[in-house]
Design a protein. Sequence first.
Length: 360
Amino acid sequence: MAEAIRYRWTKAGVEELKEYAPRYEKNGCPEPGDIVSEQILQQEARMGFDPSWFLDLGHWVEADRTEEQIISSVWPPLAPNEIDVFSRVKCSICGVHISADDVAEHSRHCLSADPEQPQSHWEEVSNMEPEWFSTMDLLQRASMENISRYRYTLRLKRLRRLRQRVAAPDLGQATQLFRGTSLEEAEAVAKDGFKLPEMPGSFGRGLYFSACPLAAASASPEESWLPMAKRVLTRPWATLNKEHGQLLLCDVYLGSMLTLRSKNDGLDPQTDLKGGWLRENLGLGDYNSVYAPAGFFGAVSVAEYVVYSEQQALPQFILEFDLSIELDNVAEGMLLVTDGSSLHAALQPLSFSRNLVALP
């Protein structure tokens, strides 16, 4: 014979009893966590109240069920990322989501930190916030065209937003573009803004961006040398196949773009971005940036955007990603969700129809 299920009183149930159920007073009001007595079970059954009624109200919980069992009983079932978010607490000092078991230790660490030491300029974005979904959607859409070229996809594993936004220049609407970065560079950019490089690129000393996150990711270093060292020992043939990286997602104010189809590493924006007499007579003024289109008649394999003023590029988010290169059997034009367990969550923000392939 199956053992009868036992129930415990919750705090909400006890408070409800004290206010609305004087019939319990003669037997004494239970405390939160006390076992619901057999007498009470029978009493409620005679009045037509099944235990499920109290469970749905949150007045009782099953006594012998673990937290994991209670979570798994929710319908529809919670996705792994939802369980993670709803079971963690966001620190009001640093913005990190931490488990309940780590609250005390984390609080001591944050409160004992040197007040003179600056806090990070980035704050966490949880994977249940709209910005997480819109960023993941942008990553997937912007990668579609070049999946077959790069033979890898990116899986967003961490997202942080800039705490303090900077005033935008008066150059019209911003364009969201990606730039590969290191964690150290991202922190410096968040603190002091972008700095023009000392060495010129293909189109002079400017800040280079891409609309394709795969192209930007190819210029992103791993966060340390340890992953490469591990590959040297375990998979020497894949030593250069990085597994992680970081991207800056920026609002870039391109203004009027000069299209260049051949490289010019000596480009001087003071002279080469001049609009000439025709643009001057038409009231169009000088150019504000360079656009290098891709293709057979282009100078690059994937289009690039270059600005020469530090104020034209404003960082908004830093994305940390895992890189998947197991794409031998994947056709171009298919959306890849590299974490099968989060497929349900990944589908939510999508506003377009694609084939889906989930990789283990």
